[in-house]
Design a protein around this ligand. Structure first.
Ligand code: ADP
Ligand code: MG
Ligand code: MG
Length: 883
């Protein structure tokens, strides 16, 4: 079996499309070789080997050894050096690379193939002993950390101590002899820690590294990342082995990372950082401050050190040309890693660049303008869920600001929260419902959980491509990185900036769009929804089939949703029309009355108020469809709890407290979710639903007169399980309509339908559809009743279920397509069989969840309805699912 795929010298056995087999890094290294870009030769060990490795109790499959040896020899021939050759050694990097990019999750070993002999040989051959020993010390510390488990800090300590001893401040001040000295101490430390020497045998080194990369697929960091990003464990990682090129060969050499466009704003401008005379991770590790790529960026950043464009014009020109090639070839913004060895450019990685929602939008829209992609592709380029970031507030520019420090604007958006200094604490405080800002010198993969728990992240070290910046952008958290004027003291849990000391627990505001860190909480503004956002939304609207409505009951929500493009209301809950302060007394009198007669007077009082509520909503919606759900919650929800409240209500309503207490006892339920609620209320107290119907019809006529647009209310009966329930209540609604028509001498247009939120309703959909003119899938209740899990109580065990993989997703967040979805599908089919033009929609939380929306498209629903802020998400997701 073929376990190994080679690349380099303008050709490759693999290609970008073999991503599943070669991992992202390997597939793109092959692709870059194929299109003739300068890639150091190497080979990829496939993800199938990773699978075999774990199936085989961590042993490599037969044949692998021979294939690796052969491929290694081929690299040697290609670069004219040989692995383990004392006089002319080939050095390689061993790099992980999963199918989905997992930044920082897996560890790379550089300069492998060095030992005492080959290091001496390399120095002689390169005519640069210092370079050889710099590489060797890097190799020992990296290999020991990643493969042998002797942690990095061991070596850092030794180096720091040595520098202090010699009174050096920079690594670049160390001479070849200094490095030899350090290396001797490194080796001693390894011997001390492991009880055996650092491996001198290059074959032991390479197999150790390969094993470590495969082993790291299941380390804690990788597992956390996979869990947060829903990456299946079964995918496995590939291992890439590649000839080293050296960015640490003096001042004509460098290493860098770059994006072909600005990943934060989307602006079409090269964006990145590089370091002269450095290797690999030096740029991101924040050891030295990296330099700008372009002159323009340098000037904007007020940076004194020359940019790459100025310092290495030839290599920069080649890099710029490569960016253009890559964008044309991949038709997307790329994130690349490169090295310059003695003036010659080498490409070490390319992938689709992670970007903020704002950048994703801008890049997608501009690439259509540039003719690189078409509108449909652009729609697919923006993650609907990420739009959330754009819909969120920014700092009010007119609000007074107390700026503590300014760092880099690493991930846009603004948020305020309580300062914490460590990730575990951030997670704990988040659990307790607090908004926290995570403040760190820098972050590492161990902090992922804490970063996820924070509303914003602040670091004092690291650039725009530091770990904190990259991860925060991916998560959509505002982040300011590299705020170097802030001094953190972890011991006392304080930081100081501009002479101010901020303690743990204090509130600060982080503005990731400007890089400012501010004292206290700053008021925020709603976002602009014009420009690229509007353009992409227009395209989405052009290609989607389903309509997008909103769940809204207040004028404010309805207006917000209209601004976001809602095409009607899919669910107007009417509870608040009973709860509002001006009517709660009447509502309580109504509930506490002895009989229908006693309920009449309070209902008369409530009617004009609700009529006005409906009129307002209809006016805002300007003739767009509005689905109104008649009263749903059990009546005791409207009544007081506890003696104090009872006394107050008794005073307000004039009903004696003992009578109140008695009525409360009567209304109490052991299981309210399955109790006297929904249409059951209408059956027991038809006059409540009649009052609501009248308020709706009268409000509709008023609004129609005001706006000149006809209003066609859709009256929805909740919690129906039987056709007879619907028939009974529909007859009441129709009768009220007839009365109103007669009183006002006007014709009413309306429809009566039902929620499908009980399994029985789904099963009986054919019969129910004979009466119902529309169905709206109430998937919150349908999920509760299908699973038999109470949503309000699920929190207690949902984490166990998710943690133990009993469930892969919370079914209240993303629709359970297999089970609950099956009921939806079946009810849609049966409903259509009885009434071919039946209108079908969904109004649960799932109406704003992209995966659930794709399912709604598949089943052929007419619309989805979601909360106002999710409307743009739903518009885009509906378009994606239609394409
Ligand atoms: P990660 O997935 O963490 O980015 P990589 O495998 O890309 O890890 O390696 C990290 C860095 O190491 C690269 O960006 C590059 O600078 C350096 N590197 C990897 N392989 C080589 C190589 N063959 N020659 C020179 N530098 C390399
Ligand atoms: Mg890395
Ligand atoms: Mg990389």
């Amino acid at each position: 079996k073929k376990w190994v795929y080679s690349f380099g010298d303008g050709k490759a056995e693999g290609a970008a499309k073999l991503r599943d087999l070669l991992g992202g890094k390997g597939a793109n290294l092959a692709e870059m070789s194929n299109i003739g870009l300068p890639v150091p030769p190497g080979f990829t060990i496939t993800t199938e080997v990773c699978t075999a490795f774990y199936e085989n109790d961590r042993a490599f499959p037969a044949g692998l050894k021979e294939q690796v040896e052969k491929a290694l020899a081929d690299i040697g021939n290609s670069v004219g050096a040989h692995f383990g050759d004392a006089a002319n050694p080939l050095l390689v990097s061993v790099r992980s690379g999963a199918r989905a990019s997992m930044p920082g999750m897996m560890d790379t070993v550089l300069n492998l193939g060095l030992n005492d002999e080959t290091a001496a040989g390399l120095g002689k051959r390169a005519g640069d002993e210092r370079f050889a020993y710099d590489s060797y010390r890097r190799f020992i510390s990296m290999y020991s950390d990643v493969v042998l488990g002797v942690e990095h800090h061991n070596f850092e300590e030794i180096l720091e101590y040595f520098k202090e001893e010699q009174e050096y401040s920079l690594d670049t001040e160390l001479s070849a002899d200094d490095w030899k000295n350090v290396i001797a101490r490194y080796k001693e430390r390894v011997q001390e820690e492991l009880g055996k020497p650092f491996p001198q045998d290059v074959n032991e080194q390479i197999w150790g590294a390969i094993g470590a990369v495969f082993g790291s697929w299941r380390n804690r960091r990788a597992e956390t990342y996979r869990r947060l990003h829903n990456i299946p464990e079964s995918w496995g990682t590939a291992v890439n082995i590649q000839a080293m090129v050296f960015g640490n060969m003096g001042d004509t050499s460098a290493t860098g990372v770059a994006f072909t466009r600005n990943p934060s704003t989307g602006e079409k401008a090269y964006y990145g950082e590089f370091l002269v005379n450095a290797q690999g991770e030096d740029v991101v590790a924040g050891i030295r401050t990296p330099q700008s790529l372009t002159k323009k960026a340098r000037l904007e950043g007020n940076d004194k050190k020359p940019s790459m464009e100025e310092a290495m014009p030839d290599a920069f020109a080649e890099l710029a040309a490569t960016f253009e090639r890559l964008e044309k070839h991949y038709t997307d913004m790329q994130d690349v890693e490169f090295t310059v060895q003695e003036g010659k450019l080498w490409m070490l990685q390319t992938r689709s660049g992670k970007r903020t929602a704002k950048a994703a939008l801008k890049i997608a829209v501009e690439m259509v303008g540039e003719g690189l992609i078409d509108e449909k592709t652009a729609i697919g380029r923006v993650d609907p869920a990420s739009l959330d970031q754009l819909l969120h507030p920014t700092l009010d520019p007119d609000a007074p600001r107390d700026v503590l420090a300014t760092g880099l604007p690493a991930s846009p958006g603004a948020a305020s929260g309580t300062v914490v200094f460590n990730s575990d604490e951030a997670a704990a405080m988040r659990q307790a419902g607090k908004d926290v800002v995570l403040v760190r010198v820098e972050t590492s993969p161990e902090d992922i959980n804490g970063m996820h728990s924070a509303v914003a992240i602040l670091t004092t070290r690291g650039g725009m491509t530091s770990h904190a910046a990259v991860v925060a952008r991916g998560m959509g958290r505002p982040c300011v990185s590299g705020a170097g004027s802030i001094r953190i003291d972890y011991k006392t849990e304080t930081f100081t900036a501009s002479g101010v000391t901020v303690k743990k627990g204090d509130i600060i505001t982080v503005d990731g769009s400007t890089g400012q860190v501010l004292k206290g909480q700053i008021p925020t503004l709603q976002p602009e929804l014009s420009g690229d956002f509007a353009t992409l939304m227009t395209w989405a609207d052009k290609y989607r089939r389903m309509q997008v409505r909103t769940n809204a009951e207040t004028p404010h929500d309805a207006e917000t949703a209209r601004k976001f493009g809602a095409e009607g209301i899919g669910l107007c809950r009417t509870e608040h029309m009973f709860f509002d302060e001006d009517r709660i007394v009447a509502v309580r009198q109504m509930i506490l009355a002895d009989d229908a007669k006693g309920r009449r007077a309070p209902l008369e009082k409530i009617l004009p108020m609700q009529r006005d509520d409906f009129r307002q909503l209809f006016e805002i919606m300007q003739g767009l469809p509005v689905t109104i759900r008649l009263l749903d919650p059990p009546l005791h929800e409207f009544l007081p709890k506890g003696d104090e409240e009872i006394a107050q209500v008794s005073e307000d309503t004039g009903i004696p407290a003992d009578k109140l207490t008695r009525r409360l006892a009567e209304l109490a339920e052991t299981n309210p979710m399955l109790g006297h609620r929904g249409c059951r209320l209408g059956i027991s107290y038809p006059e409540i639903y009649e009052m609501q119907a009248r308020a709706i019809f009268e409000g509709a006529l008023l609004a129609a007169k005001e706006t000149g647009a006809p209003v066609i209310p859709e009256i929805m009966i909740p919690l129906v399980g039987m056709k007879t329930e619907l028939d009974f209540l529909k007859a009441r609604v129709v009768a009220v309509a007839a009365e109103v028509e007669k009183e006002q001498g006007k014709k009413l247009e309306y429809s009566v339908g039902t929620m499908i939120e009980l399994p029985r309703a789904a099963l009986m959909a054919r019969e129910i559809a004979a009466s119902a003119e529309f169905f709206s899938f109430g998937t919150n209740d349908l999920t509760q009743t299908t699973f038999g899990i109470s949503r309000d109580d699920a929190a207690q065990f949902m984490n166990d279920y998710l943690g133990k993989k009993i469930l892969t997703q919370d079914p209240f967040v993303s629709l359970d397509i297999d089970g609950v979805g099956e009921l939806v599908r079946l009810a849609a089919e049966r409903g259509r069989a009885a009434r071919p033009d039946i209108k079908l929609g969904i109004c649960g939380e799932h109406g704003g969840d992209p995966a659930s929306i794709a399912f709604c498209e598949e089943v052929g629903l007419s619309y989805v309805s979601c909360s106002p802020y999710r409307v743009p998400i739903a518009r885009l997701a509906a378009a994606q699912s239609a394409l």
